[in-house]
Design a protein around this ligand. Structure first.
Ligand code: SF4
Length: 413
């Protein structure tokens, strides 16, 4: 219990644990299933998405990242699980219905290879001895031997390598044992492994799966001075080059007094984190590029407006858009219109003219969309609008601020 308290507590700063993306269903003779369920669709007290068994193998780290509670120079109680001990604990919790999967991370014990060997052994016991078929997310440690990385990837559903900080300069300042190159290398290997595996599975249906739920990463926001534009450009590059499923943004929570870090009474920038998640959603599902959302004159997202509304207000030349005739991609750019409602509009309008009432039923948020949308050449009934009215009204639709404990919206803007 003592170990569990230390090692689950030490894992809570990692936000990259969403379990979406895997399709492995139940199997005869095996325990658990990874499809359509998640080990972390719940939220902790500080608003983060957590797995019910989100744990470190050890918090005894040989590295000294200044922002991290587990760093070598920090005087905290240390603990480490034996692989069998953690596997048994996981399976025991699973059987009691406490958890549906495992999010396994670790501090660097001795060196990356030694740590990864122990992670591989834990997952091997779980998968091969206990026949555990549920969801597993494992952290890859930069610097690990490619063969070990591959073994780990064959045992888990999702892997993540944390990019940690948004710039190389930030890494040099705060995580001197790490480098951007060393972090990107395993990301590239995981991407290549997934691509090769896809081909193998297409040829041999029974080929073992390598990281079937893809890879993700996490970066800390607010510990270093990078702008939102730099952060979004980095995320876009990661999506484009490494095919990442998700980039997680983690508002920096001060854990130590250090001249290189924000002071201990700095509040975690949760509203900024929330805006970055919204912008990230626009990059992944709405066809936006980082340079459209921000530019050299506007390097930070507007805290008072969601990024899509902010973009729309800066681009009056693109509006109004007529729901009756606009193409799907243009509809997606209208605030208040989501992926599903844009699809419905395109499908329903084939059968007849659209009305604002219909749009509402299709899931369009008219409180936002009315300023940018026409229906059959007509504006929303009763709408009086100038650019200032729209901005003011849209700002009023936004929550004033998020405080710790409030649930962060990770959903579409
Ligand atoms: S490697 Fe750095 S971030 Fe990871 S546990 Fe060790 S000190 Fe913390």
């Amino acid at each position: 219990m003592e170990k569990l308290t230390i090692l689950t507590g030490a894992a809570r700063y990692d936000a990259s644990c969403s379990s979406s993306g895997t399709e492995r269903g139940p199997k005869a003779g095996m325990l658990g299933a990874a499809a359509n369920m998640g080990c972390c669709h719940s939220f902790s007290a500080d608003g983060r998405c957590v797995s019910l068994l989100k744990v470190l193998l050890t918090n005894a780290c040989t590295y000294d990242c200044r922002y991290c509670v587990n760093r070598r120079s920090n005087d905290v109680p240390r603990a480490a699980f034996e692989p069998r001990e953690l596997a048994e604990l996981t399976i025991g919790f699973y059987r009691r219905n406490y958890i549906e999967g495992l999010f396994l991370s670790s501090a660097v014990m001795k060196n990356p290879d030694y740590t990864t060997e122990r992670m591989v052994e834990t997952l091997r016991i779980l998968r091969r001895e206990y026949r555990f078929n549920g969801y597993i997310h494992a952290k890859a440690i930069p610097g690990t031997d490619p063969l070990l990385l591959r073994e780990l990837g064959l045992l888990c559903d999702r892997m993540s390598v944390n990019i940690e900080l948004p710039s190389e300069a930030g890494l040099r300042r705060l995580a001197p044992d790490k480098s951007k190159q060393a972090i990107l290398l395993p990301m590239g290997r995981i991407r290549d492994g997934i691509t090769e595996n896809r081909d193998a599975v297409a040829r041999y249906r029974r080929a073992p799966r390598f990281v079937p739920a893809g890879q993700s990463t996490q970066m800390i926001i607010g510990a270093t001075p990078e702008s939102d534009l730099q952060i979004l450009r980095l995320s876009q590059g990661l999506y484009d080059r490494y095919g990442l499923k998700r980039v997680y943004y983690s508002a920096y929570v001060p854990v130590t007094e250090n001249a290189l870090l924000p002071s201990m009474d700095t509040k975690p920038p949760l509203l900024r984190e929330h805006r970055l998640y919204q912008a990230d959603w626009l990059l992944r599902f709405y066809g936006f590029r980082a340079e459209e959302l921000l530019d050299e004159r506007n390097t930070h997202l507007d805290p008072l407006l969601d990024p899509k509304c902010g973009w729309a207000l800066r681009h009056p030349e693109q509006f109004p858009v007529d729901a009756q005739t606009a193409d799907y991609e243009t509809l997606l750019r209208v605030p208040g219109v989501g992926v599903r409602s844009a699809r419905r509009i395109v499908s329903v309008r084939r059968t007849g003219p659209l009305h604002f009432e219909d749009l509402k039923k299709m899931g369009v948020v008219l409180k936002r969309a009315q300023y940018f949308l026409l229906c059959g050449g007509r504006a929303a009934p009763g709408l009086r609008m100038g650019p200032d009215t729209a901005r003011r009204s849209l700002m009023l639709l936004e929550p004033p601020a998020l405080s710790p404990g409030e649930q962060l919206s990770l959903f579409a803007p």
